[in-house]
Design a protein around this ligand. Structure first.
Ligand SMILES: Nc1ncnc2c1ncn2[C@@H]1O[C@H](COP(=O)(O)OP(=O)(O)OP(=O)(O)O)[C@@H](O)[C@H]1O
Ligand SMILES: [Mg+2]
Length: 349
């Protein structure tokens, strides 16, 4: 668990130092910084925010960079994790004082999962929200997935740079990137299919009593291997040279949520969307606990349990209880035995 946490110039916090227990309650009025603190705990674990991709939103107004430092304790060992990021996106990572060049190992110390009201967007929002969610969980589950996704996105970025350059792109050069992309796209598609199969098994196990189960369908752009991807890239090359961007590939894959046999987007009620999103986060948490051990899961729960009826609350707490560490935000200390042994942190600090 994160035993000690320091923030400097993060969102509304100028400087803060907190000591955490396994179960923590962040209590404060609206706007007191509860979500900001959860976001910081998530950032140190994942090197990205759950709320924004723009670093300058995370840096406190009037400052130029933020700094987060956490002491991660795990059965007998301890690591001090630090990340500093400037408005110009320069990033410095250190583990126990030593510089880490890449984030790939850094993000494997602990695995944060956030539960937040915005999660509903995973089910009913734009396809990009679903892609980001499933990619994030797949990356947390497997370092191999991180590497393949990185290879694919790097080749895609270079191909797009070529398409966007003022001089007309050379088709032979585009083809070089297409070959690289085709290999990693085929591998990604395979891994995504397997991941969604496993995810669906987990989803069904989360709420086995439900008459209609929530499930996810994966719709890749192409499912017949690297050669088929290479052909698809070649086919759309001319149009892409006109549009100056890559219009096919697994950065555009689609995922669809179903309730029973019915597609949820545009049909399901708010409550059904909310429940499907919550169950998806619980399924992800269970997969992470199975893969890496419960100790490594840090559950960040932002304002969601209050919306659940008693049965769903009990199910939620049962599933999340084994997590290595838990943080709950609330405006006043909730009733109920579950929070009896929680450490209370009052905000603003
Ligand atoms: N980069 C920033 N610099 C300074 N202040 C910021 C920055 N980003 C957000 N804030 C401030 O942080 C506050 C919001 O904090 P946060 O979202 O954590 O509140 P909260 O306690 O979760 O509230 P609620 O109960 O309404 O969800 C707002 O007052 C906002 O102006
Ligand atoms: Mg909040």
């Amino acid at each position: 668990m994160i035993s000690e946490f320091r923030v400097l110039n993060w969102r509304s916090f100028e400087r803060a130092r907190l000591f955490f227990d396994r179960k923590n309650l962040l209590v404060g009025v609206n706007g007191s910084g509860k979500s900001n603190l959860l976001e910081a705990l998530g950032f140190l674990g994942l090197l990205r925010s759950f709320r924004t991709a723009r670093i300058n939103e995370l840096v406190r107004h009037e400052a130029n960079s933020f700094h987060l430092r956490g002491v991660w304790q795990e059965s007998g060992s301890q690591s001090t994790l630090e990340v500093a990021v400037s408005n110009s996106n320069e990033r410095l990572l250190t583990v126990n004082g030593g510089r880490e060049r890449s984030g790939r190992d850094f993000i494997r110390h602990y695995f944060p999962v956030i539960f937040a009201p915005e999660d509903m967007e995973i089910v009913c929002g734009a396809p990009g929200v679903r892609r980001r969610f499933f990619d994030m969980v797949a990356c947390q589950l497997s370092a191999g997935y991180v590497n393949i996704l990185h290879d694919y996105l790097s080749a895609l970025k270079l191909r797009n740079m070529l398409l966007k350059s003022p001089r007309k792109a050379d088709p032979a050069k585009l083809e070089i990137y297409e070959e690289l992309m085709a290999e990693s796209a085929a591998e990604l598609t395979l891994r995504r299919s397997k991941f969604i199969e496993e995810f669906n098994r987990m989803l069904a196990a989360i709420a086995p009593e439900n008459k209609e189960t929530v499930s996810v369908e994966y719709h890749p752009q192409c499912s017949d291997g690297a050669a088929a991807y290479a052909e698809a890239f070649a086919r759309s090359r001319r149009r892409e040279m006109e549009k100056r961007t890559t219009l096919t590939g697994c950065h555009l894959d689609d995922y669809r949520f179903f309730l029973g046999k019915q597609a949820m987007r545009g049909f399901a009620s708010n409550g059904q969307n909310r429940m499907a999103a919550l169950n998806s986060k619980l399924a992800a948490s269970r997969m992470l606990m199975q893969n890496h051990g419960a100790e490594k899961l840090v559950a960040l729960i932002d304002d969601v349990t209050g919306e659940l009826d008693q049965r769903h609350q009990a199910m939620f707490f049962d599933t999340i209880a084994p997590a290595g560490q838990m943080f709950f935000t609330c405006t006043s200390i909730p009733d109920g035995g579950f929070f009896k042994d929680a450490k209370v942190h009052n905000l603003p600090l």
